[in-house]
Design a protein around this ligand. Structure first.
Ligand code: ATP
Ligand code: MG
Length: 407
């Protein structure tokens, strides 16, 4: 982000007699009619929580925007706040802005200082949330644009400028800023309820978690390790992934189940080519028991149609049959390249690509069934007493609390 601090101190004449703050633009939240109050309150709470490790902030709600203020208004701190807030679901833009008095002289000073040292064509874009301001937006654009052009000799270009100077007139103050940081968009976490993510150490499930958090779900995570027949590496990966994803919601919980012995049982039950699907069904059943305990209303997986043999339409149907809770599959229609791009953007890809021993390798048959018959699966499960097994597995979970930014 370009900020005031990039201007060389020596050329500053009159300092801006305002306060650095973060101006937030909200997305879909503004469309939610009478639920809007609830949405905004949730979002403001989430912003405050995300900022807490950096500074205590006040979040002031105005028509369609939030203003984030902090007592210790040191510009570097405010920059960090703006950066941190871009991870809060429901925010579309975070602008590091100067909050100045509602008079033309203050706006001029802030505009001149912000544009100091910037080479290239620029445009001024004003808007008034308070229409009582004595100048119209167009008048303000022309006036401030002329002033900046005269002072620094840079040309005005309204179409595709190199720099945009924004002036937003509000009820009690004016915000002046240039540029901004794009946020995640979506809905505030917690607005849509709670769900449990089945989290492998792979590329897909972290992206699935991200996409559902962005639709307003608060998520918990469940990971199955092959322990005691594999090492703990997959748990470290799941932990690192959840710690990274925690930036989007805070307070994340990771539940880990040692799954190796149950997998052995599936293998010795003669499941053969159905072993992979039988295992996935057992994961889902265990997830369902845990989700109910956590008051989660859905399970989330990283399945994408046709990506691997367990993800054919027939097999997905056989998976749905195992549980009553809905299974959300936000990646179902995405291809691997799209999923990897998103994983890169949310910074989980490099963690997912670390080597580990996936628990699935414990019982991978030579050829997996692509058209699992539900009746056959039920036969196998009867021999295993899966209901009891799922209860036992759900009772054996270990809980972890990976916190974003912690070691
Ligand atoms: P991923 O990259 O998320 O591991 P994948 O393409 O490897 O997915 P599968 O291994 O068939 O596909 O897994 C599909 C989904 O099943 C995963 O996205 C995840 O939700 C769940 N899953 C698979 N293995 C585990 C595990 N060890 N622990 C928890 N969930 C798992
Ligand atoms: Mg996997």
């Amino acid at each position: 982000m370009t900020t005031l601090d990039t201007a060389p101190a020596a050329v500053r004449e009159a300092p801006v007699d305002g306060e650095p703050c973060v101006l937030l633009k909200l997305g879909e939240v503004v469309l939610k009619g009478k639920n809007r109050e609830l949405f905004e309150r949730r979002l403001a709470d989430n912003v405050r929580m995300a900022c807490r490790p950096i500074a205590r902030v006040d979040v002031i709600r105005r028509h369609g925007v939030f203003i984030v203020r902090t007592k210790d208004a040191d510009p570097a701190t405010v920059d960090r706040l703006a950066q941190r807030i871009t991870d809060v679901m429901g925010i579309v833009w975070a602008h590091r802005a100067w909050r100045v008095g509602k008079d033309l002289a203050s706006v001029e000073r802030a505009a001149l200082e912000l544009m100091d040292g910037r080479i290239g064509a620029f445009a001024v874009r004003s808007r008034r949330r308070d229409k009582r301001f004595p100048m119209t937006s167009t008048e303000l654009d022309r006036h401030v644009g002329g002033l900046v052009a005269d002072r620094y000799g840079q040309p005005v270009r309204l179409k595709d400028p190199d720099h945009t100077l924004s002036i937003e007139v509000d009820r009690d103050e004016v915000f002046v800023f240039s540029g901004g940081l794009p946020g995640q968009g979506g809905l505030p976490v917690g607005m849509s309820g709670r769900a449990l993510v089945l989290m492998s150490g792979g590329i897909d499930s972290p992206v699935a978690a991200y996409r559902m958090m962005r639709r307003g779900l608060r998520v918990d995570y469940l990971h199955f390790s092959g322990m005691p027949f594999t090492g703990p590496e997959s748990i470290y990966k799941a932990y690192a992934l959840v710690r990274e994803l925690d930036k989007f919601q805070g307070g994340s919980r990771l539940f880990v189940v040692p799954f190796g012995k149950a997998q052995q049982q599936i293998k010795s039950s003669g499941a053969d080519r159905l072993a992979v699907i039988a295992q996935r069904r057992l994961m889902l059943r265990t997830g369902e028991v845990l989700a109910r305990r956590l008051r989660g209303a859905a399970l989330i997986t990283g399945d994408a149609l046709g990506q691997v043999s367990s993800q054919t339409l027939t097999n997905i149907t056989a998976l749905d049959d195992a549980v009553e809770l809905p299974i959300l599959r936000p990646l179902v229609g995405m291809d691997k390249v799209e999923i990897m791009d998103q994983a890169r953007r949310i910074r989980t890809l490099t963690i997912s690509e670390l080597p580990d021993e996936d628990c699935c390798t414990v019982l991978a048959p030579r050829r997996a069934e692509t058209k699992a018959k539900i009746d056959d699966l039920r036969q196998i499960e009867k021999r295993l007493d899966v209901g009891e097994l799922a209860d036992q597995l759900a009772a054996s979970v270990q809980e972890h609390r990976p916190v974003y930014g912690s070691a």
